[in-house]
Design a protein around this ligand. Structure first.
Ligand code: P5A
Length: 439
């Protein structure tokens, strides 16, 4: 992409309304624009990051054997009356009436709708296990929308729902989600720690939240510091293996890590004092096992091997896709701007032409731009008639992992400069070696 033809409305001033770094940086880098309280338009740069996160989530869900679908944002109130949650949900639910006076709502989550799909089409245990998921916008009329996309009213969620014959099978689905979430967050360059939590309006006994440690996080968390040494890494997991998923779950959850709702000082105090941590975290996901809560209320049964109708065991599993953009920035920024991890960066490489209009510099930039793009990299070429200083400031603000600086002086020596955004380290390199260096 040539910056002269792109839409990147960066702000010079720090917006007064933004209280935390990620919100400030998203506004300054022209990633989002507030439409109304807790509701945002995604501008081109922000949209690219959101799409990258979605892509990783889709890939990891499908690797775990989960099936993508797409359900609507608007739902019929009648379904929610069946589960009893229409009245129970309270003022967070946005209720709408259509022209025929039918009660509708903008979905805050989809347990009822997916259960309705399931009961309409599945009647035998032979079709199980099954996990369906989608990535779709949700609306929760939060009392205090704040921190930009971190606590929005409209936000993008990946929500998945498992259907199993037995509790045992459903607990495997729970464990499988835990494993696939560990892998998903790590791929984005994030450490998200599973912590025992409270299930709130979704219900059920078994639930873990995934928390990214950050001072600006909304949740208070308590954990044994040893848990932060755990890495999922590049281990190959057979998601069908009960034993493999179980052992990862045990490895990542058998120490103490809890949110304030489930914190138990008596147990916490048994951890050696120098390992006890009280900190703050951003909740980027949550998994639930709630058994037959919805299937019983809504008549979602299958015929078991014994021929008898039995309600299916279910769980639901969410990832805060739009919140992750904010969480990633909280975990990856410095005083100059954002520092994107490679996998989610809106562009991986920026080219800065320090002397736009100079025939040699322009030709070298064009050649590099073409070559790197052809090599499959997403490249943002700053070809504007601007001072070099302003171009560097923009690149630092938007946080592309690698910057190539091209100018007549370097080119005379036959080199360009390759700079790493995270370390700030630069090396002079022949233009024809850049593609290999980035591969
Ligand atoms: C699990 C999927 C559920 O709703 N039902 C379907 C279950 N879980 S949850 O924990 O309530 O939400 C899942 C994740 O969505 C993100 N999230 C939000 N992101 C931005 N703004 C909000 N107001 C908001 N509320 C929830 C969180 O990351 C949460 O873990």
């Amino acid at each position: 992409m040539r910056l002269s033809r792109y839409f990147l409305p960066v702000l010079k001033e720090t917006p007064a309304e933004a209280q935390i770094a990620s919100h400030r940086l998203m506004l300054r880098a022209g990633m989002i624009k507030q439409a109304s309280a807790g509701i945002y338009s995604w501008l081109p740069l922000g949209y690219r990051v959101l799409r990258n996160i979605e892509r990783i989530v889709h890939e990891e869900q499908q690797r775990a054997g989960h099936i993508p679908v797409l359900m609507p944002t608007l739902q019929s109130a009648d379904l929610w009356r069946e589960s009893g949650r229409y009245d129970a949900y309270g003022p967070e639910m946005l209720r709408i009436r259509d022209r025929h006076d039918r009660d509708m709502l903008y979905g805050p989550t989809n347990e009822e709708m997916i259960t309705d799909i399931f009961r309409s089409h599945v009647s035998s245990y032979k079709d199980l296990p099954m996990t369906l998921y989608h990535i779709q916008w949700k609306f929760r009329d939060e009392a205090r929308p704040r921190f930009g996309v971190m606590r929005g009213r409209e936000f993008l969620m990946k929500d998945g729902y498992n259907f199993d014959l037995t509790k045992e099978d459903a607990l495997h689905a729970y464990n499988r989600h835990l494993v696939s979430y560990l892998r998903t967050y790590e791929r984005m360059g994030l450490q998200a720690i599973p912590m025992r939590a409270d299930s709130g309006p979704i219900g059920g006994d078994d639930t873990h939240e995934f928390l990214v440690l950050a001072e600006t996080g909304e949740s208070e968390v308590f954990y044994d510091s040893e848990i932060t040494d755990l890495k999922f890494g590049d281990r190959e997991i057979d998601y069908d293996s009960v034993q493999q998923c179980q052992s990862v779950l045990e490895e990542f959850t058998s120490r103490y890590a809890r949110t304030d709702e489930t914190h138990d000082p008596a147990i916490f105090d048994q951890i050696p004092e120098d390992r006890r941590r009280v900190a703050r975290g951003i909740e980027v996901g949550q998994i639930f096992y709630f058994g037959t809560k919805y299937s019983e209320a809504m008549g979602a049964t299958v015929q078991g091997p014994d021929g008898k109708a039995t309600p299916v065991h279910m769980g639901s599993h969410g990832i805060g896709v739009s919140r992750l953009v904010g969480a990633l920035i909280e975990a990856n920024h410095d005083d100059k701007g954002i520092v994107w991890p490679w996998e989610v960066a809106p562009f991986q490489v920026g080219i800065v032409n320090v002397k736009q209009g100079d025939a040699t510099a322009d030709a070298a930039c064009d050649a590099l731009y073409k070559e790197l793009t052809a090599a499959g990299l997403d490249v943002l070429y700053d070809d504007r008639e601007e001072r070099a200083g302003a171009k560097f400031a923009t690149m630092d603000l938007i946080g592309l992992p690698k910057r190539i600086t091209v100018g007549p002086r370097g080119l005379e020596k036959g080199v360009v400069e390759l700079t790493d955004r995270r370390t700030g380290e630069s090396e002079e390199i022949k233009p024809e070696l850049v593609a290999a260096a980035l591969a």
